[in-house]
Design a protein around this ligand. Structure first.
Ligand SMILES: [Mg+2]
Length: 124
């Protein structure tokens, strides 16, 4: 099962402005599990890449909001998700591009973000 996740940045990731609820450690966990991941933000692509580089997270794609259809065309996955915090800038384009959509507060509950040996909250 190949899962692709497109992350919005601002309002979605902890490094966003405003910060969102998804931590870079969560992103790292799904990347290490072999998910196809990347960002889809209105920030310039170079700025998005710089964030990933700064956190040593290798991503499969970095695109602008209009490019979700290209991500779907380029990568073969069983399911495509976009996680974002805006109805107009995230949910609408995601659904139009054939992605499943999750708000950050919904995404954070997905079992994907638990590491395989997660001992629970005390393990932090
Ligand atoms: Mg946002």
């Amino acid at each position: 099962m190949v899962i692709l996740i497109s992350f919005d940045i601002d309002g979605t990731l902890e490094v966003g402005d405003p910060p969102g609820v998804l931590t870079m450690d969560m992103v790292r966990i799904v990347q290490e599990k072999g998910f196809l991941i990347g960002s889809c933000s209105d920030r310039p692509m170079s700025g998005q890449q710089a964030i990933w580089d700064q956190h040593n997270i290798p991503v499969d794609f970095v695109v602008s909001k209009q490019m979700l259809p290209d991500v779907k065309a380029k990568f073969e996955a069983d399911v495509y998700y976009h996680i974002g915090d805006r109805e107009d800038l995230d949910k609408k384009p995601a659904l139009e591009a054939g992605f499943e959509f999750l708000w950050p507060h919904e995404a954070i509950l997905m079992p994907w973000f638990l590491s395989d040996g997660d001992p629970g909250p005390a393990g932090a």
